[in-house]
Write a protein that binds this ligand. Sequence first.
Ligand SMILES: [Fe+2]
Length: 124
Amino acid sequence: MHKMSQTNTGAAFSGESQAHVKYLAFAAQAETEGFPEVARLFRAVSFAEQVHAIRHLKVLGGLEKTETNLGAAIDGETYEIQEMYPAFIAVSELQEEKQQPGHITGPWLQRKCTLACMSKHARQ
Ligand SMILES: [Fe+2]
């Protein structure tokens, strides 16, 4: 695959993945507000977006045998814990963000570490 097509497919994978999760969140919100039919609709569309995302992932060569997938998951979670979120937190502190991003602070990061550790053990 040409580099530009690979980049475009990666962007499509990201967009479809985000739509999948966003519609799940919209469904939960609709449920909370007492609109179960709307929630069901969002879940159905979310599933379609998941199918689209998985197709793109396969084209990108991102779906392998389980042992390889476990390794990729561990690598990804480890990167998030050790590099990505610490850097995000440092930038946030450097810029003196008034509203501390609660979704990437210490306790949340610790819980995320637990998930990565569990994945690592599952692989062994
Ligand atoms: Fe889609």
